[in-house]
Design a protein around this ligand. Structure first.
Ligand SMILES: [Zn+2]
Length: 412
């Protein structure tokens, strides 16, 4: 396949230019000013901008079923009183359909890859496999209820069945949070991470009471970050914690909408960036955001950090966080449009008044109003001009509605 006539932003530090891209076996084979080859499928992308695929480094995809279900509540009421009890109604079938809805939403927002932490990850993997997206999937791990081992067994099964599937699906370890995982459990998880060379992702210091109850050094001394830790939120951390996160090479997922909506605060992103930490963006689940759009997260985070100093969070740094940093956080290759890389693209429509003047399109990506035209993963379109070519949208919506009614307890 040859993508023709588009502007291409090869990576965060360059300037978009008109280039053709040839894709073969899911990878970028050639990038040139003009590629004229017969017998290839040609996709004319005139008036479009191709950028490296956007990455969502934290979500709970199946939680689309809880979107709008619990609003205007404190974190404790939201989680312990509403969401946690409703989660007991979920099953494999429900999670399959509700995950697909989130994959559709992410694709329509230009997201090519994401990191998930939830339950029934076997069917989450099936949804990702069917839809065509790229993901690191983690079974949420908790041992305070005595079933820590059962959840680890699920992780081992996932590893065996899905890790490396079509160079798109990878398995990681997902200890839920310091308040649901004991130090012994984290130590065991750290060992499994090292033995299998897979990443760990964990909610960390999302709430102020976590900072009071738990000690970051004690958590990191378990070895949890020795292979790779993607820490989510990190809102309530001080300068010492930032130094520790840097020393242990911890990756950070910044989820500003969720943090603000649940009243948890604003993460010290500027401080972490100046220390040199790898920071990327996550949406969190649709129950606490309520949209899965990392371009929005990037803009919100940037504006929050510019509040006191407009020189904070420069455009190129933010594009890097959305792309290159996201891939590094997920421990997979990508984030740049270059020969040999997988063809993971976010394609924007330049037929958009908020993208004029066209000379400044790179700046419009963060501070204007981007419109997504198409999303491609490993050389295949998963979203194209309002359509989802890999699935039957009507059937997904129908099954989603049935699932929602079952979870909430609405009789037919
Ligand atoms: Zn989360």
């Amino acid at each position: 396949m040859i993508l023709k006539n588009a502007f291409v932003l090869r990576n965060y530090s360059e300037t978009p230019q008109k280039l053709d891209i040839k894709i073969l076996n899911g990878k970028i084979e050639k990038i040139k000013k003009k590629i004229e080859e017969k017998n290839d499928e040609v996709v004319d992308l005139d008036n479009k901008l191709i950028i490296p695929g956007l990455v969502n480094t934290h979500t709970h995809a199946a939680m689309s079923v809880f979107r709008g279900v619990a609003e205007d509540l404190s974190f404790d009421t939201w989680f312990f009183k509403v969401i946690d009890p409703l989660e007991s109604k979920l099953n494999e079938e429900i999670v399959y359909w509700t995950t697909l809805v989130s994959l559709m939403e992410m694709a329509s927002n230009g997201i090519v890859a994401f990191c998930d932490m939830y339950m029934f990850e076997d069917v989450v993997a099936k949804a990702v496999a069917d839809f065509g997206m790229k993901a690191v999937l983690t079974r949420g791990l908790v041992d305070i209820d005595g079933n820590g081992n059962g959840r680890l067994k699920e992780t081992f099964k996932l590893l065996e069945k899905w890790h490396g599937f079509e160079n798109r699906i990878y398995i990681g370890l997902g200890p839920h949070a310091p308040y649901t995982c004991s130090i012994d459990y984290l130590t065991e998880i750290a060992k499994i991470s090292k033995d299998n060379d897979i990443l760990v992702t964990m909610h960390l210091f999302e709430n102020s009471w976590e900072k009071e109850k738990f000690n970051l050094k004690e958590i990191l001394k378990t070895g949890i970050a020795n292979n790779q830790l993607l820490a989510v939120h990190c809102v309530h951390i001080d300068d010492n914690d930032i130094n520790l996160l840097f020393d242990y090479n911890v990756f950070i997922s910044n989820n500003p909408s969720s943090n603000l909506k649940l009243g948890n605060g604003i993460a010290p992103i500027t401080k972490m960036l100046s220390k040199g930490l790898n920071i990327s963006f996550g949406t969190d689940g649709a129950a606490s955001n309520n949209s899965l759009n990392v371009l929005f997260e990037a803009r919100l985070s940037t504006l929050l950090q510019k509040k006191d100093n407009p020189e904070n969070m420069k455009i190129e740094d933010v594009i890097k966080m959305l792309t290159t940093n996201g891939y590094k956080a997920l421990k997979i290759n990508g984030g740049e449009i270059k020969e040999g890389n997988y063809a993971d693209f976010t394609i924007l429509d330049l037929d958009n008044p908020s993208f004029l003047p066209i000379e400044n399109i790179k700046n419009h990506l963060i501070h204007s109003n981007p419109k997504i035209f198409a999303t491609m993963v490993n050389g295949k379109f998963i979203y194209f001009d309002g359509q989802f070519p890999t699935i039957d949208k009507k059937e997904v919506y129908k099954q989603f509605t049935i699932s929602y009614r079952k979870v909430i307890g609405i009789e037919n």
